[in-house]
Design a protein around this ligand. Structure first.
Ligand code: 4AD
Ligand code: MG
Length: 429
């Protein structure tokens, strides 16, 4: 019977098993060959010994290349000397798919080789652990939203007008007319709330962002949500709950993987409540650090790093000036210089992980803001149309999956959180 590597410690001594997987390493001592056999659940040591295994199996084991796929028949031996305390003594080795060449990835090769060979590198136990943590995190996102009465919606990826400014749009030739890859599904979610009230989605977003930082991808996975009949306070509480629950749940689900990576998720960093400061107060912090932070500056990567280093838990930055936030942000009726917006910065200098705010629900105000940004209302016809038929106050936000992972498991770069990252300098493999 086939057993997974992680199940073997539960087997009895002498129990006959089959294990299927890939040869991670092989060590030969005369008529004894040790194979570290890897499957999706872990690595198990297999001993192929003359006399126990048949000659053909021993011969195969002696020469088989790394990463060949094999099937082992044998029996379980609990042995404290084996990694994991259990070993499979092979009676028969069968090759499923032999490696045709020597495996190109060795200890000590640089980051470029690893990313050029990402299709192979993802087999390593560390990347496997990381991908499982990512899967756990996305599972936790779905669990959270569904438990809070949100409906999942799937929105288009090919669109006709910018959500987050024209400068970062990827153009697509759509049967001879111009289209783009979406930067955010926000506008479609704003339409969906009139049907479902509370919606969310997990989809890729695209940004032709030239910024070569450790936090920018050109394709990232975007968790977005939109809520009808809601204000800034509700938005902030919704984001706080999401980030808190998702980080706690990911930690619970990922015990084994975190051990493999040698990482710890600092759950104390998501204790509620998170901090809340207004843009204006953030300028004060920047000035204390010697920056010439004038009203109206955008809070870029460097500024975020300074601000978020001041806090040991996430901090909401609210009330950004109207000039620095996209046209759809509602102005504060008590101070029209600022928007009812909220970004969430992760602590320890990690910077923005969530961006969101209150949307304009008034028809005239929306048109005025579109014009203020020198955009063409004709490009936003259906979006404006929503304000003509039962418009209600509403809020929404977007959260980057890779940014969250970079923060909670201390990745050097968001690209490390992707199966196949896309950055300004990488579109292969
Ligand atoms: O702040 P952003 O640009 O907000 C929006 O797109 C809104 N329309 C979302 C909404 O309200 N529905 O992006 C939201 C989040 C950021 O906080 C960040 O976590 C992530 O998306 N993000 C990126 N992650 C990786 N690489 C990039 N280039 C990213 N751009 C944004
Ligand atoms: Mg933002």
């Amino acid at each position: 019977m086939r057993r997974r590597a992680e199940e073997l410690h539960k087997c009895n001594d002498g129990e006959e098993v089959e294990v299927w997987g890939w040869v991670r390493n092989r060590r030969r001592h005369g008529r004894l060959v040790f194979i570290d056999l890897r499957d999706s659940t872990g690595v198990v040591q297999v001993a192929v010994k003359g006399g126990i295994a048949d000659d053909e199996s021993l011969e195969k084991a002696s020469s088989i290349r790394k990463e060949s796929a094999i099937k082992i028949r044998g029996y379980v031996v609990h042995d404290p000397r084996a990694p994991g305390g259990v070993e499979v003594r092979c009676t028969k080795l069968e090759v499923i798919g032999e490696s045709l060449d020597d495996y190109p990835l060795r200890k000590g090769v640089g980051a470029k080789v690893l990313y050029d060979n990402r299709h192979l590198y993802i087999r390593s136990p560390k990347i496997t652990a990381l991908l499982k943590i990512r899967s756990n995190l996305i599972g936790a996102v779905h669990e959270h939203f569904r438990s809070k009465g949100f409906y999942e919606v799937d929105c288009p990826t090919i669109i006709t007008a910018a959500v987050e400014g024209g400068a970062t749009l990827f153009e697509v030739n759509y049967f001879g007319s111009r289209a783009y890859l979406t930067q955010s599904v926000q506008f479609y979610q704003e339409a969906a709330i009139y049907s479902l009230e509370k919606v969310y989605s997990v989809q890729p977003s695209f940004r032709a962002e030239k910024s070569r930082t450790t936090r920018h991808l050109t394709e990232f996975w975007h968790v977005e949500a939109e809520l009808a009949f809601a204000d800034l306070e509700t938005l902030i509480n919704t984001v706080e709950d999401l980030v808190h629950n998702v980080v706690i749940r990911t930690e619970e689900l990922s015990e084994k993987e975190l051990k493999i990576l040698g990482r710890k998720i600092r759950t104390e960093e998501v204790e509620k409540p998170f901090f809340r400061i207004k843009y204006e107060e953030a300028l004060g912090i920047l000035r204390e650090h010697g920056l010439d932070a004038e009203w109206g500056i955008d809070i870029g990567a460097d500024e975020e790093r300074i601000i978020s280093s001041e806090f040991d838990r996430p901090v909401f930055l609210t009330h950004f000036p109207r000039e620095v936030k996209a046209f759809y942000h509602r102005l504060d009726p008590t101070d029209r210089r600022v928007t009812l917006s909220a970004d969430l910065l992760a602590p320890r200098g990690n910077g923005e992980i969530v961006g969101g705010g209150v949307r304009i629900h008034d028809y005239d105000e929306l048109i005025e803001r579109i014009r203020e940004f020198q955009l063409d209302p004709n490009d936003y016809k259906w979006y404006i149309d929503l304000r003509r038929f039962g418009s209600v106050p509403h809020v929404g936000f977007g959260m980057g999956i890779e940014r969250i992972l970079k923060w909670i498991i201390d990745l050097p770069h968001v690209r490390a959180a992707c199966l196949f990252p896309r950055t300004t300098t990488r579109i292969y493999p």
